[in-house]
Design a protein around this ligand. Sequence first.
Ligand code: PGA
Length: 255
Amino acid sequence: MGKKVYLTDAGEEMQRYSSAVLATLAEADQVFDEMRGLGRGRLRIAVASTANYFVPQLLASFCQRYPGVQVSLDVTNRKRLLEALSDNETDLVIMGKPPDSMELVSESFMDNPLVAIAPPSHPLAQEKDIPLERLQEETFLVREKGSGTRSATERFFVEHGVSLSSTMEMSSSESIKQGVEAGLGFGLLSLHTLEMELALKRLVVLDVRELPILRKWYIMHRSGKRLSGVAKSFKEFVLGESKAILNLPTLPARN
Ligand code: PGA
């Protein structure tokens, strides 16, 4: 149509089947890589954009141990990760709560607290034990639909009977942090995205009574998927060593 090519329904079916064939061939390739020698081969991982704040650090340690491994890392939001799992485009996925709608093997390896952030100059920044209703009138910068952070945040406010009067949607944690720093509003993000801003005192975590939202990080793959040796090693590495390798911010103890 015009100068563009659109797929017919049959074309779309063909595209789905072709992708599945290509994914299976890639899997076969991995198996042969593995037969050629231990610690070699390709590792395809896809992670939630929020996990991108610590996964490269894990990869660096893993690749130091297995220098022959070739890594491809896809960073995207939860909705896209579910598609990658369902289309077998990836070996392993790291994200928040696994969906019930798909048969997956998933294991949690670390807590993922979600916290409210504000600029240090905001009057609430100094207060202790703030009830959630006090945030109701503030503007909140929220992630795009399809993000795990966004759905956890929405569920949290509904569960606590709080409806926000004003929200502004942004498609990355990075822009939310910049927006909060600039005074556009508050944000609710994983503590693991905030290391630099908290260390440099550009943002503060508000002491809200009902927070943090307690989530966990999971590593997962489709059940029935034949994991390559490299993928198996990476999964074991993440489950066993993440906590020791990562130096992520922690929440101050409550009195
Ligand atoms: P997100 O995912 O980066 O899509 O918000 C985080 C999560 O799944 O908890």
